[in-house]
Design a protein around this ligand. Structure first.
Ligand code: 5GP
Length: 189
């Protein structure tokens, strides 16, 4: 393992922007790990506890906050999400880059944490495309979807705070662009 400390790779973007597909591909690289967040929201179909999220009760989340177990946390769409501190710090100390798929509030907290970060904002090509992707996904009720869409504009306004903004008009091209930004193509060992 490299003696160099790894980085926190912050990936944010509006719902259905393609950021989940992006992180799943990034963790194929041997030098990259994913940080599994804790959340109080219910699992969606196909999501696995401990892989996609650690699904916890409110009381457990409260305890994690009180005991300083979270590097950052935020309330998003009425549910709480947070990054467990221990596994992330261990991984970057061991030289891994750790991908965090977190919202814009979490990204602000991590930029102020003093840890090495590189932040990437994944933008859909347009709001219309994003709305269509969300409908195609079909995992949300109409009301949940409207709630998500109303905060898309605020999320898009935060893009300028990120080190890099990538536009997901073509998934493979976008993933290759991020791999290049992270220098993952040169380091396969
Ligand atoms: P979803 O419920 O669609 O999986 O995620 C909703 C939002 O929560 C997304 O914007 C996602 O990036 C964000 N999120 C997921 N995990 C975390 C986390 O640990 N911290 C923060 N701040 N946001 C998170």
């Amino acid at each position: 393992m490299s003696s160099k400390r790894g980085r926190l790779v912050i990936v944010s973007g509006p719902t259905a922007s393609g950021k989940s597909t992006l992180w799943r591909r990034l963790v194929d690289h041997p030098r990259v790990r994913f940080s599994v967040s804790a959340t109080t929201r219910a699992p969606r179909d196909g999501e696995v506890d401990g892989r996609d999220y650690c699904f916890v009760e409110d009381a457990r989340f409260d305890a994690m906050v009180e005991q300083g177990e979270l590097l950052e946390w935020a309330e998003v769409h009425g549910r709480r999400y947070g990054t467990p501190r221990g596994p992330v710090v261990e991984a970057i100390d061991a030289g891994f880059d750790v991908v965090l798929e977190i919202d814009v509030q979490g990204a602000v907290q991590l930029r102020e944490s003093g840890l090495p970060t590189i932040s990437i904002f994944v933008s859909p090509p347009s709001r219309e495309v994003l709305e269509q992707r969300l409908r195609d996904r079909g995992t949300e009720t109409e009301e949940q979807m409207q709630r998500r869409l109303t905060i898309v504009d605020q999320e898009m306004a935060a893009a300028k705070e990120y080190d890099h903004v990538v536009i997901n008009d073509d998934l493979e091209r976008m993933i290759a662009q991020v791999e290049e930004l992270l220098g993952l193509n040169q380091e396969q060992s």
